[in-house]
Ligand binder design. Sequence first.
Ligand code: HEM
Ligand code: HEM
Length: 432
Amino acid sequence: MHSSENNSKPKRFAGILLHLHPAFIKEEALAFNRTFGLGGMAALLIVIQFITGIMLRFYYEPFPQKAYDSILLLQNNVLFGQLIRNIHHWCGVFLVVITFLHLLRVFFTGGFQSSRKINWLIGLLLFVLIIFSNFTGYLLPWDQLAYWAVTVGTSLLEYIPLIGNSIREFILGGDEVNANTLLIFYNFHTAVLPILILLLMVYHFWRVRKAGGVILPKSNSANSIVPTYPNLVYREFIVALALIAVVLVFAVFLNAPLLSKANPDFSLNPTKAPWYFAGIQELLMHFHPFVAAFLIPFAIIFCLTALPFVNLKEEPSGIWFHSDKAKRAAKFTAITSSVLTFILILINEYLPDFETLLPWLNSFISNGIIPLVIVLCIVWFYYKFILKKFSLSYLELVQTMFVFVTSAFIILTIVGVFFRGIDMELNFPWNL
Ligand code: HEM
Ligand code: HEM
């Protein structure tokens, strides 16, 4: 493929897109369900964020006395001000969802092994930077929602042993959200993070090319090679237009939230962390903070980082879910894990917990260790059960357990965002 790239030239040029791609690609790589265009969508959303972000900067003022009023001015007195803000808001949300789906796509097609190891790590870093971008942006409107969500979000750091408090104070520029925090977040949001994202993104793209494009199943038939333009470029164009249309529909009909101006003396009830941290906040309702906000999140981050270096005893296949039986196991696991998580949340909410039942025990043990051991036992039994039921290979088992954890986390996030009302009590979304 690379030799054809060097020897031949595309018949026509389609602008910058062609510099990102080789001139010719394998026909197989064109199938939409190979990648669902998710990486490209993430890139487009970032470009939109950069453009709308720079526009917002013309009016936004990062000082507590002025920030909120500058957003009001932007919304009410600037032509298309509200629309630009809405686009920036919704693209921020979509970016988290789309990059997460892209991560799942890469995982389930086995695109994280051999020559793609480093790109998996770069991708993880990009994901973290996107969460940080969203989080730092969240504070900027300086309304009640922003102030209290960032207060709760940063308080999660306190549970990191030894250094948690220092990190929190460093990030906040004080011991609570204040004028320094706003300026620090603003500088990170509009300078440090965009530069890092841009650099890593370029490197990420380069590594995709270096690995010879996206992972494809090994096929015995001769691969036919087609010119990138128009075959791939036209497809990308259609996906881009569809995505822009969806963003515009959201931005026209649903305004970015703006409550009253931030008031440090009057907290919101419920005080919720931003939605992408809602899963962790939900865990806090069920486990000791050390387990919920430190042990579990860091274990997940560790596993994701270590993943490309684990010997899975098989070559990456490039086929979604590797095999049909693994696909069935994944579906079964997604449903089981979701239902199980929901049931456990209900049990913990409505039946007395171990802290109440065993008041003489240290809460770290009754509310931390005991529920954690119970959950680990459930995971272990499920591991044994699924192995027997579907007789999976090691790679397929890892994949299935990943589905188990991911589904649980998605349910925790949904419950945290939509089902927690006043005093964080469980309720139906329409009663909140
Ligand atoms: C990955 C890229 C980015 C993401 C995910 C992101 C996300 C966000 C979010 C979630 C908000 C809060 C919006 C709201 O709901 O009120 C925000 C606000 C803001 N962002 Fe960004 N942003 C990104 C890049 C940028 C860039 C590159 C700039 C400028 C150079 C920028 C400038 C701003 C400004 C000035 C605000 C405050 C205005 C407002 O809140 O409406 N952003 N951003
Ligand atoms: C800003 C966020 C990101 C952007 C713009 C981006 C962009 C892309 C693009 C355009 C591709 C080529 C094929 C495709 O569309 O799937 C790709 C491939 C890849 N991405 Fe990302 N990505 C991002 C985040 C991530 C994340 C979070 C991960 C995983 C942790 C990741 C890991 C990979 C890997 C390993 C490949 C190669 C996969 C293969 O060859 O099949 N990326 N990325």
